[in-house]
Design a protein around this ligand. Structure first.
Ligand SMILES: Cc1cc2nc3c(=O)[nH]c(=O)nc-3n(C[C@H](O)[C@H](O)[C@H](O)COP(=O)(O)OP(=O)(O)OC[C@H]3O[C@@H](n4cnc5c(N)ncnc54)[C@H](O)[C@@H]3O)c2cc1C
Ligand SMILES: NC(=O)c1ccc[n+]([C@@H]2O[C@H](COP(=O)([O-])OP(=O)(O)OC[C@H]3O[C@@H](n4cnc5c(N)ncnc54)[C@H](O)[C@@H]3O)[C@@H](O)[C@H]2O)c1
Length: 449
């Protein structure tokens, strides 16, 4: 790892959540670092993921807030939603954040190499017509949307394009039943777009607690989102008037103005030269790494979505940090994958940490489940018939809380703090021992009987 033998101590491929953190921290540890990026600094989360998505979720929620405002005495006239205003403000915020990420890299003396990187050997990378050598290569190239293969798939869009729509479609069909499908179904529905979600199985958000999933489904349907289960697209045709005819395997035909794929994300390793350099990939193309993020080629490491472990930004960031501290900070650090909290920013949002009820029943001897099924005070006055559901899963033998799951307003904000307690191994009795803050929704957590 000597920069005089190679151009850099570290060459990072991909300036997203994991790559930027790794590059910055390695440079702070004294390494000579370069980072290659083929698109924009910030990666998926900043440019076309978490950040613009969450801003759209905020924008969409005004539809309900403005409706509810009347019951709180506000008279609102001439309300109208203007998509280009929100879109352009969101894209401007993305530009600002991408600029901040660039500044952070520059202020840490990380050299930015613009262009697509291809690995040429255990220490070699080509970016455009530039060949560079590095003691260590970190692959942090993320993932890309998976697009199902059927005639007419090219008429569909993915989360890459959705933030740039010229105008809102009157009707959208979204395929998939996971995070992106449910988040964008909510966003479009709040904007008044007629949404149909097509799911190949009979369940949405499979990793979440069943009761929460059922609650989201019930609320989403009540809000007007249509769900088609056990359904698959056979072909899509585009009519002369631009309308898409989505032909289903069961013979039915859906008409829509837009089709969005939200069917998972595949690791970005295609044409990257990794296998030629001795890096093992799995059948989906994910880089296989050990607990220290090291691949089968000793000088090549990988973090984030490209390893297909947990496709979440905070996990990619931790992996990038652990890599840099271990390899360049001489402080071995491993990411702890236990109790990773996660949230779906649907309307309403849901969030969870630890074991679901069924996982707990399958793995523990005896389980106690506490639930609070309530109508938030704000919804009551607003006349909004939408109930929240909080669940706590407790190991009966030890009284330890092994899982917490919530759907309702601000669930992700509240669950972040509950996750600290669950990870710390707190007991139900310790929650009960804490006095409530009244009136809040979160007080339900210390009042469950
Ligand atoms: C719509 C959407 C919403 C999301 N919402 C959330 C959320 O709310 N919360 C959450 O935690 N996670 C969310 N995620 C997931 C999150 O964005 C990813 O887990 C995270 O960005 C992964 O970081 P990464 O560093 O592995 O890869 P990325 O952030 O994807 O960065 C990889 C970078 O590598 C670049 N690259 C790829 N190949 C090359 C190459 N050969 N040469 C040069 N550069 C290359 C890419 O252009 C990209 O900039 C969302 C994802 C999507 C798509
Ligand atoms: N709030 C968040 O933290 C957040 C938000 C968005 C995305 N993400 C991350 O990004 C990842 C990708 O999101 P996603 O929603 O695309 O994936 P996902 O894994 O959440 O859901 C994919 C869905 O597509 C379906 N599917 C897969 N292949 C299919 C096919 N060939 N035909 C029809 N359906 C198919 C699956 O059954 C599943 O319902 C997520 O797994 C998550 O890790 C996180």
């Amino acid at each position: 790892m000597n920069a005089s033998e190679h151009s850099y101590d570290l060459l990072v491929i991909g300036a997203g959540s994991g790559g930027v953190r790794a590059a910055r921290v390695a440079a702070a540890h004294g390494a000579k670092v370069a980072i290659a990026e083929e698109h924009r600094i910030g990666g998926t989360c900043v440019i076309r993921g978490c950040v613009p998505k969450k801003l759209l979720v905020y924008g969409a929620h005004f539809a309900e807030d403005l409706e509810d405002a009347r019951r709180f005495g506000w008279e609102l006239q001439g309300m109208k939603f203007d998509w280009p205003i929100l879109r352009d403000n969101v894209l401007a915020e993305v530009d600002r954040l991408s600029g901040l990420y660039t500044q952070t890299l520059e202020s840490h003396q990380v050299e930015i190499l613009s262009g697509r990187a291809v690995v040429t050997g255990a220490h070699g990378v080509r970016i455009g017509d530039r060949e560079v050598q590095a003691g260590i290569i970190l692959v942090a190239s993320g993932a890309r949307p998976h697009i199902p293969d059927f005639p007419g798939y090219e008429y569909g869009i993915t989360s890459n394009e959705v933030f740039h729509l010229e105008r809102l479609p009157a009707r959208i069909v979204i395929t998939g039943g996971g995070y992106i499908a449910n988040e964008f179904a909510g966003v479009f529905n709040e904007f008044g777009v007629r949404v149909t979600l097509i799911n190949r199985s009979d369940q949405i958000l499979r990793a979440y607690d069943q009761q929460l999933r059922e609650r989201l489904l019930q609320i989403s349907m009540a809000k007007g989102i249509q769900f088609l289960f056990n359904a698959a697209i056979e072909r899509v045709d585009k009519r002369a008037d631009g309308v898409l005819e989505i032909c289903m395997r069961d013979g039915s035909v859906l008409e829509a103005d837009a089709l969005m794929f939200a069917t998972g994300r595949l690791p970005n390793t295609e044409g990257l030269g990794l296998q030629e350099a001795g890096v093992d990939l799995d059948e989906q193309g994910a880089v296989q790494v050990d607990l220290d993020n090291r691949s089968s080629c000793p000088s090549i490491y990988a973090v984030g979505d490209v390893t297909n472990r947990v496709q979440l930004t905070p996990v990619a960031i931790r992996e990038g940090q652990a890599f840099a501290d271990t390899v360049f900070g001489r402080t071995p650090v491993r990411v702890d994958y236990r109790c990773i909290p996660a949230a779906v920013f649907s309307h309403p949002p849901l969030a969870g940490v630890g074991l679901t009820e069924s996982q707990a029943r399958n793995t523990l001897g005896s389980v106690k489940v506490y639930t609070s099924n309530f109508r938030p005070m704000k919804n009551t006055l607003a006349g909004r018939n939408e109930r929240a559901l909080y669940k706590m899963i407790v190991d009966a033998a030890t009284d330890r809380i092994v899982g917490a799951h919530m759907i309702g307003p601000e669930a992700p904000e509240i669950l972040q703090m509950v996750a600290v307690a669950v990870k710390a191994g707190m007991t139900k009795a310790q929650f009960d021992d804490c006095v409530a803050i009244h009136p809040t929704m979160a007080e339900e957590l210390v009042l469950m009987k």
